[in-house]
Design a protein around this ligand. Sequence first.
Ligand code: GLA
Length: 428
Amino acid sequence: MNKHAVAFPPPAQAALERFPIVFSDAVDYAGPLGAAWAPGRVNLIGEHTDYNDGFVLPIAVDRVTAFAGRTRSDGIVRLWSAYFQEYAQFLLEGLPASFEQQRAKLPEWARYALGVVAELTRKGVKLAGFDAVIDGDVPLGGGMSSSAALEVATAQACALFSEGRFTIAAEDATLTPMQVAAICQRAEQIASGVQCGILDQAASCLGRPGQAILLDCRSLEYRYLPFDAPTISLMVIDTGVRRELAASAYNERRRQCEEATTMLREIILQHEPANEAARSISALRDITQEQFDRYGADLPEVLRRRAGYVIAEDGRVLQTVKLLETNAFEEIGELLWQSHAGLRDEYQVSSVELDTLVEIAGQVPGVLGARMLGGGFGGCTINLVRDESVEALRQAVEQQYPARTGRQASIDICRAAGGPGSAWASQA
Ligand code: GLA
């Protein structure tokens, strides 16, 4: 925790200013005004690999969700969402047992915060109540993981407002950033019903300026890779379509992957009964490209497509890591196109709007690669673009996208930024 930060991210600053206006009643606050925040993410490559125990390569971005508030002495958490212009309130007492009952009474956005508080309580962490304004500049439901940013910011806010009763840090703290990521992942699952992997929450917890994060979603080991190409921009283009992470389709993909794993293990063992290693296959991560090429044809078609995509995508992540070491962005771009084709044709989680944006990008010289981002069905594409082509891509999207889809796209340039933070704004 940074107690002496000089600069608050803009949404934290906005929330700090709004706090005395929104919470103007005479609550007996137990502490000073402070802010906590956490970033959204983009994922360079490695989509739908996290829950297959595979690899991902995300980047935390310079967009955050922020809380500004004060500790209460009565175990109540009261929140005001600047985006929804809405209050929500829940009680620490009774959690985690009272989670379902309290969840039912809350607006959707507040359920993520309740989920984090419930999961922290389940871990035995001692929390204090607080009042807070929530503000942010991570586009909502747009594929940059606004929900993960909200969850991780909630954990940071809990640490700040519990005033030392629990801490988050790499060493000598109650929880490490990776433990917070796991708690927030669980919170997302119980709040939304989506059986998500750990990609979004880990990326938010671990962000570092100018770095991408290679995360092994099985061991949860990670390392940083420089992502700071001076002449390349990371453009995020929003389709304007908000199909919330279609929970049922996502959970269905997850089940299909599990089914494909079990079947492939059986098929391999039938052909190679002496293959001891094959007995411990427990996720698509354990199946090599070579094994898939040899035996994948024995799977039912849908499972073959799903597994084929995931196994190839894991390979693309590891290739990208090698290519990043030499800043070989042309080749990395090539892998992004391939990733999109796999998500569209084999994993089948793209949409007409996402495909249109990727097609438009494909016609602009200097766009090295593009693909859909995150869970799919709506949200954004990520585009790796030479700086001198940024304007050309912007124009192509503005001219062609509305005509082809009847919608407006919005365009953002993102930078690899730092992880969560918190600081006091006043002494009283
Ligand atoms: C969503 C989930 C993540 C991950 C991505 C797809 O963002 O929350 O866990 O599975 O989809 O890569």
